[in-house]
Each structure stands twice: as C-alpha cells, then as structure tokens.
Design a protein around this ligand. Sequence first.
Ligand code: BGC
Ligand code: BGC
Length: 612
Amino acid sequence: MHRRTRIRLAQLLCLALALTAGVTVTGSARAAALLPYQDPSLPVATRVDDLLARMTLDEKLGQMTQAERGSVSTSDITTYRLGSILSGGGSSPSPNNATSWANMYDTFQQAALATPLGIPIIYGVDAVHGHNNVYGATIFPHNIGLGATRDQALVQQIGQAVATEVTGTGLDWDFAPCLCVARNDRWGRTYESFGEVPAIPNAMTAFVTGLQGSTLGGPTSVLATAKHYVGDGGTTGGVDQGNTQLSEAELRAIHLPPFQAAIARGVGSVMISYSSWNGVKLHGHQYLISTVLKGELAFTGFVVSDWNGIDQIDGQGGFTATEVRTAINAGIDMVMVPQAWKNFITLLRSEVQAGRVTMARIDDANRRILTKKFELALFERPLTDRAYTGTVGSAAHRALARQAVAKSQVMLKNSANLLPLARDNMRIFVAGKNADDIGNQSGGWTISWQGSSGNITPGTTILHGIRNAVGSTSTVTYNRRGTGINSSYDVAIAVVGETPYAEGQGDRSGSMALDREDLRAIATLRNSGVPVIVLLVSGRPMDIATALPGWDALIASWLPGTEGDGVADVLFGAVAPTGTLPVTWMASASQQPINDGDGKTPLFPLGFGLTY
Ligand code: BGC
Ligand code: BGC
C-alpha cells in the first residue's frame, strides 16, 4: 500500500475511534473523548490541521467573514458559522457599560459555540486610545501624544492596560496600533500616527507587546493589529484613503519599517489600508500583501480588510464577485463586511465553486485565522473573564494615563520662565473652548466614531486638573470666552485648538489656523495685559506662527484623553516637560507637506521640545 494512503487510513481509524468514544463516554471521562483539535496539549498546528479536516466549505467561508454587531443576530452566527464580529466606532450595547459589553460578547460567543464544531468567534474593536467605545473606560492620549513621549516602556504598559480593559469586556482583538507614518498634517488621521518618521512608530510597536503579552494566550492577551498596510500616511495632499505616489524604494524606506517591527514582535493581524499605491488600491494588491507582507516579511498572522474596504477596489460603490475574488486572491484572509456579509459569503462560495479562488487559498486563510484563535486560547476560555471587568476605567489605569499625558506635553515656548506656575497665592484665569470639555480633549474615536464635544464620559477636564493642582490660597476663574479677565490676575491660560473628528472628516485642505472663537478668546486675554499661556489641544500641528509672538508660553497638549490632571502636572511643575515633537511643525500651512530633512524651514523641527 502507498505510504500516504496508509497514514490516511490510520487517521480515519483514529477519527472513528474518537467519534465512537465521543458518543459513548460521558461525565468525568469526557476529557478522554476530546477530539484532537479540542486537546490543548497538542501543538497548535496539529489542532488546526485536525479542525480544518472536519470543516465544510461553508464553515470555512464563515471563518473568513467579519460582520458588525448591529447587523447580526445570534442565530445568524450559528447558522452562517460566522468567524468574527466587530464593533464599529461607537457601536455599543445599551446601556453602554463594561458589564453589558461582557454580556453581549458572551451571548454572541455562545451562539458560535452552539455550532457543530464549536469554533469560537474572535471579536474585534477599535481600542485605539483606551477601550474608547466603552463609557467609563480610561481614555489615553491619542498616538501622536504617545509619540511625543518617545517612551517605549510607557507605551507597552498602556498596551497592557488597554488589553486588560478589553479583556474585561470579553473582546479578543484590538484594531490597534495604527502604524501610519503621517507625512502631511492635513490628513485627518494625523493624530493616529506616532510620528512622521518610521523610527518613532517602530519604537512604539511596544504597544503590540503590551496588548498581546510576550506570547498570545495569557489571561489578558488581546490580538493586536498593525494598520493600515501600507502607505496610508503618505497620500498626496494628505487626503484620507487617497493615493500614495512614491517609488517602491521610498515606500519601503518610509512606510514599511513599522510593519516589520510589528511582525518582529509577533503581531497577530494586519489591516489593509483604504489607500492606493501609485493608483492601485491596497485591498487588491497581491504584490504588497502576498509577495511582500506574507512572503518577504514572513508574516504568519492573518490579514483583515478595512470596513467595506473591498468595495473600493473597482471605484464603484458596493462589492462585486470580481472584487471578492481580487481581495481574497491578493491575500486578504478575513473580510470586514459590516452589513453585506451574507452577500459576501454567497459570492465567495460561487468564486470557489467556479475555481476562481482555490481551496488552497481558502485553507491558507482559515489556517491563519484558526491558528490565532488557538493561540489566544479561545477554545479553552471562550467567555469573558469577569475578574477583569472592574478594571475598566480603574484608578490604576487612570493614573497611568495621567502619567502619559504629562509625558506627552511638548513645551514649545516659555518666555521669561513663566512656567512652571506657582501653586499658591495665584490668581489664574482660564479660557477657551477646550478648557472644560472632556469630549474635545479626547478627540475622535471616543464613545462615538467621530467623537463629540461635551461631557461624553467620566474624566477630569484640563480646567479641573488646574483646579485640583492649585493650593487653597489660589483662585481659578473660568470663562470660555475670557470675559471677566482683568489686570488683577497673575496669569491667563487659553485652552484652544481643534474639536473632534475622525478619518476623512478631519482632512483640512484649506486653513490650518485657529478658529475665530479661539482667536477672540486669546485676544480678550491678551488685552488685559496678563501673561498668556496657550495650551493647544489638537490632533496635529496648527498654523500659529503669526500669532505666536503675542503668546508668552505655548504647550502642545495633543489629544490627552480623560486625564486632564496630567496637563496640570506640567503647568505647575509636578512633572517637568520632556515631550518632544514627533512631527515637524509648519511655519505656514502652505508648507504642507513638511517633514524632517526636506529642506523646508519649520517653525519648530522634529524633536523640538523645551523643559524648565
Ligand atoms: C477604519 C479602521 C477601523 C475600522 C473599524 C475603518 O473605517 O479605517 O481604522 O479599524 O473602520 O472600525
Ligand atoms: C463606523 C466606523 C467605521 C466607519 C467607516 C462608521 O460608521 O462606525 O467604525 O470606521 O464607519 O466609514
């Protein structure tokens, strides 16, 4: 008999024995009835092979499908064997709190466990600066602020804290970190970038280790995502989802290194960018996905598409069979089809049946996805570990966020050593639209996709941070517009900048200056003759060069999140400023794009930052 046939027969015999055992053994003897894929003592590769051999085509198609929580029922999960669910930005259960997230997760997971093979779902979310969809979660500074810290160890700790909060709500997978190298500050996602040169995001891939742990499968291990592959931050004009026009050598030199660094850290998934490279959409780019990422860079995790990203391959709305085939054959393993997931399954099935997508490709995608599910120990621990639910928004995590806020402040001007301020016997006037607004200081991707102004989640505003910092002999007066200031005050603090936005809605093709409200508030403060400190709360550098001579001090506070005490720590000298610019600061918007080494004269160069 042929050797291979003999092995197959032997396997079949084992299978038959196992199945027989499975129906006859009950109770305490059940452990002995484990099928190989259910046996945690076997190597992951063995378990994957065993499971794959038991799966029908429909089960495999389900594993490759990711639907949005609002567009699936639990019975859909069971019937269609769905492999993954996501929460889009702001897609939360009601009421929005950690316990109901955990309950929701467990309900979805039970539906997956009710399938014949019981393959757990993997649930993904954008926890991009804390578990930011969850009311009451700790909101950390956005990546641009973390980049300003240059502190790898801190960023790794933040990753761990985020993973703990995500674990407490049951979820398995974080669509973070964004490793974009933002080359044009007009781009609405500039704040999602750790910095404009690859060295900064490279270092900040420590976040991957924080999320996942040194290996997957720890009690709070969450799968990380390196996104968006590749060149998302390099589009012409800084247009979101635009076209990155670069030579291959430039693409490799600027935009690829953070992905290599993340792969070296074992990142479990990579998300494809909406953008194009020299006119070709990344979602259909076989060379960059299969040849470079999976081949040359030896990425062994799985590749996920972005939200309706495959729809854009042909430039028309919606997706076609051709787009499904193109995306899968390019090397995408799991497709984020928030609503139209049934149609996706139907089209992919017919492409496979017609032989235009090979079974080998389907098996490869499944192998990659299942490997991560096994490594995460989802088969052994599919449900929420409620021991961590109480960590969402915990004092310890908020203390860590406060530390990150303080370290992310970049002091850009400090005339006459105005900073640090004394805590005692001070009359302080605070103004500006971002002084007392948790929503504004948190930015996009907070509670909702776009974020919003107002009291959207518990935290400490910058104003309250200032109030907390001063002694009882000082007074802090606040008026948003600056009304009421007079020369009796010792100092005025204007907290100004941007209001929340996400993705393309934050693209700024025109002016990048402060708005009229901010300029008026600052002018009112200045007219009093009191020294003025400007705190710029923004997702990127702003065009301030002409106004700066009239300001006595300037701090770039970025988008600090919920812990405004960290800003006050730097104002009052509890923490000396050490943050340095992760991006070049334009002298005027007309310089965009402006980057380190391009010969343009900035207002402040990359790496600039004062201390006192
Ligand atoms: C964004 C991704 C995000 C996904 C899921 C997309 O619009 O580009 O960064 O992970 O939505 O919310
Ligand atoms: C979702 C986001 C997603 C975006 C893409 C929104 O409706 O909430 O998660 O990134 O759509 O356009």
